[in-house]
Structures are given as C-alpha cells and as structure tokens.
Ligand binder design. Structure first.
Ligand code: TYD
Ligand code: MG
Length: 451
C-alpha cells in the first residue's frame, strides 16, 4: 500500500512547507500555499556499489555529430547546432506569441518521425494551423492527450525521433490530485518526461506559458531540470519574434533567432538589419541608426525621437523598446553637458520594429536622434552610431566593435561614429566606411551637424 502524504506548495515559486503559511517566506507572496497530495511508492534502494561503471574522463567517447539539424537555421543556431538526442528543451513564451506555430513548423518541415502531443488544441485545430504552414513531413503524428501515464506507453511504442509537448501546463499525472498547471503537477510530469528522454534518447520540446510579467509561472520550477531553456519574445502586435536561450547545456546562450509572423507561419529572418531599417526617400529629423549586438549578431536598428513643446507643467517622457530610466539619464546628460533645454519639452523615443533593446551601444544614436528632433535637423541616412554615453558626457567604447562596423559597412553606411577609445584599437584603414572616433558629445555634434 502506498503511503499518502500531504505537503503545501507555494503556487508562485514552488516552495515546499509541511504546514500552511499565509505568506511565502521565499517569494513574499500572500495566500499562495495550496495543499497537495503526494504519493510516493518507496522502493527499497539497492545498495550494491558497482565500480565497473566508473570511467576515466578520457575513456568517455563523444558522439558530437549526433545532432538533428533542422531546416530552420535560426533554431539550429540558437540550440547550438541542432537538436541533441535525449535533451529536454523547455520552450517558454507569452500566450499567443507563436510557440505552437514554431513547434508545429519544426514538426512538419523536417523529415523526422515526430509525435506532437497537444492538450490545448483539437486535432482539427492543429490541421487548420498545419494547412497555413507548408509541410512535407509524412511522419508527423498528432496525439490529443493530457494524462502522462497514457502518453508514455505511446512514446515507448511509437519510438519517435522527436516529441513536442504542447503544453506542460495541460499535462497531468494521475498520481497527484492537484489541478493541471500547478507547480507539483508540472514538476512531476517533467520528471517523468525527463526519465523517458534520458532512457530512450528521444529529444523533447516542452512548451510552457509564461505570464505577462515575464516569469515562467509554473514552468519556472523546471528550469534547473531541463537541458535548454528557450524563450520566444516579441510584441504580439508587431511582426518580429526573437528566439533566445537563457540556458543551454549544449551551446552558448548568446545566440538569437529572428522570425517574422506571416499569414503562412513564421518566416526565418536571416538579414534582420535590412528589414528593420526603413527605406526613406529623404532624411527626416529625429531618426538615427544604431549598430547594436543582439547576442552575437550585429543588427542595425532605427531609433526615433520626438521632442515637442509640452502643454503641461510636467513634461512627459516615454520610451518604447528602451529603458525609461536610461532615457532620463541621457536627457540629463544632454541638458547638463550639451546645454540642450529639454525641461519644458515632451520627449518620446521609440525603437523601430517593436524590439526591446538593452545594448548600451544604442545610447549615442538615441542622443543624436533626440538632438536632431530638438533642432529639427535631419541626420543623413548613411550615418550610424555605436557607443555608450557616460554620466559625464564621455563617449564610451562597446564590445565587439569590429563586428558592428562590418555590418554597417555591409549595409552600405558611409559613416559610423564610435568612441575614440575603440577607434584606437582598430585598423580603420581596412574598412571602406568612414569611421569617426569621438570623446565627447559636443565633438560628435560638431562633426554631425556642422561639417
Ligand atoms: P500560437 O502559435 O497559437 O501561439 P502560442 O502557442 O504561443 O499561444 O500563435 C498565435 C498567433 O499567431 C495567432 O494570433 C495567429 C498568429 N498566426 C499567424 O499570424 N500566422 C500563422 O500562420 C499562424 C499559424 C498563426
Ligand atoms: Mg499554443
């Protein structure tokens, strides 16, 4: 007879407690503890020590080439070169961002034997979605199942090369009585999937929804169990989606993949800069291009600013895709060090394309865009910027400047403003693009607006 034990879990962070608590000591949330029944069949563990399984590190053989490379270059890159058999990949993102679409595309566009397990959509709904995506895979199996005990025999019998679970929040184990999506359900199901993945060497993609504030609500507790954590980001109302890794046991976490949501599914964007830049007939004021890095990928993005006289006593500041506090800092520097009078003016800034940028190399472009809008002087579309702005108005170097310069050159820019410190360390003669190293904001504005 199995022993029935109850424990209390915080539904927010997964903390376990033997008694009910009003406030979680771990995450500080109130009223989040719920009682859950835990059945554990205690098997007697075998305590025979077997030294035959111990290996010296050089005796272990590597099967490096054993990765499934998919047709999706972006996904391959983000995963570090393809899907590693037996790996558990958690795929998180806000509802509606396109997780199911990307996974169905992976299932349909590669010639692998795939099992797509959906607890969220009916077979008909999946077929409707599949019809929008072009597909060629003849071995894509669809299963509507939410109970993990029913699912595992199917996997063991079918022996697919890849399993996709959509989503972990809908899976339940009949050992527990708590609701689907609760922390203990999610954890139990993932542990069960991990066991199957590791013993059968089948890779698993596990979709998990994240909440609006950006945390993987239930699935957060899984991050330490899985091999790779992928995040799908972007604004639902914009076209672009960014695929990122926040953890990867088989590759770097610096890579990103960019997709565009179209009527026929997600399209890989292999030349992001060209798409993110607006082609205009003539230069307009308030626009400056920044050469930034997203992960290891150089990107040219358009920063836009609008400076207008304020109708109210307190001027408005608003930023889309850029940190508002950083904007306030930039405005203060422009005011104090460059004498720009902004205190009675509203300032709005925007990063085109709906991207959220954290690279400090955006600073200089944004400062230029704000100044350009303030004086209503356009900046040539052939000029770009890549440097951080310090509190004293100094222009600071950013990492991997050569990569940024090369990207700007490749896209036909004629001038790039960088920090004088970076300028000293590069061979400016080896580039066709005119590289200008500057130390101070004044110096840059001199060269930019009064050539
Ligand atoms: P979906 O993959 O269902 O999101 P998730 O699984 O992350 O919740 O994608 C939902 C959105 O994508 C939906 O609003 C419709 C849109 N979409 C397209 O624009 N084109 C397409 O080809 C498909 C399949 C979906
Ligand atoms: Mg979905």
């Amino acid at each position: 007879m199995s022993k029935v034990k109850t424990t209390y879990y915080c539904q927010n962070c997964g903390m376990q407690s033997v008694k009910w608590l009003g406030k979680c000591p771990s995450c500080g949330e109130w009223n989040t503890f719920a009682e859950e029944i835990v059945h554990k069949d205690k098997k007697k563990t075998n305590l025979i020590v077997n030294t035959e399984h111990i290996k010296l590190i050089h005796q272990i053989s590597l099967n490096e080439e054993e990765r499934y490379t998919t047709k999706d270059e972006e996904l391959n890159r983000v995963l570090g070169g393809g899907i590693v058999p037996g790996s558990l990949i958690l795929f998180g993102g806000e509802p509606g961002i396109g997780k199911s679409t990307l996974m169905l595309q992976t299932a349909l566009q590669n010639n692998l034997k795939v099992l797509y397990v959906s607890g969220e959509e009916s077979e008909q709904q999946i077929l409707l979605r599949a019809k929008r995506i072009s597909y060629q895979n003849k071995e894509c199996y669809i299963l509507n199942e939410t109970v993990i005990q029913n699912l595992i025999p199917v996997i063991e019998q079918l022996k697919p090369q890849l399993v996709i679970i959509d989503s972990i929040q809908t899976l339940t184990t009949n050992v527990l009585e708590s609701a689907p999506g609760s922390v203990s359900q999610v954890r139990e199901c993932a542990a069960e999937l991990m066991r199957v993945a590791k013993t059968s060497n089948i890779p698993f993609f596990i979709i998990g929804h994240i909440t609006k504030d950006g945390s993987l609500a239930g699935p957060k507790v899984l991050e330490h169990m899985v091999d790779t954590v992928l995040q799908f980001e972007g604004d639902q109302h914009y076209l672009y989606r960014i695929l990122r890794t926040t953890k990867n046991r088989f590759g770097s976490t610096n890579e990103i993949g960019i997709y565009e949501m179209q009527g026929s599914g997600l399209r890989q964007v292999s030349n992001p800069s060209e798409i993110l830049l607006n082609q205009r007939d003539e230069a307009v004021s308030g626009v400056a291009i920044a050469a930034i890095l997203e992960g290891n990928r150089p990107l040219m993005i358009e920063t836009q600013a609008l400076v207008a006289a304020s109708a109210y006593a307190t001027a408005q500041r608003s930023a889309t895709g850029f940190d508002l506090r950083r904007l306030s800092m930039l405005l203060a520097v422009l005011e104090k060090k460059y004498g720009l009078k902004l205190y009675q003016k509203d300032v709005f800034v925007n990063i085109a394309g709906g991207l959220k940028i954290e690279d400090p190399a955006t600073d200089l472009a944004l400062a230029a865009a704000i100044t350009s809008s303030n004086y209503d002087i356009p900046i040539s579309q052939k000029v770009c910027f890549s440097a951080e702005v310090g509190l004293t108005g100094e222009i600071r170097p950013v990492n991997k400047i050569e990569q940024r310069i090369s990207e700007a050159e490749k896209l036909g820019f004629e001038k790039i403003f960088i920090s004088q410190n970076s300028f000293k360390n590069i061979h400016s003669k080896s580039y066709h693009i005119h590289i200008i190293g500057v130390n101070k904001m004044e110096e840059m504005f001199q060269k930019l607006f009064k050539p």
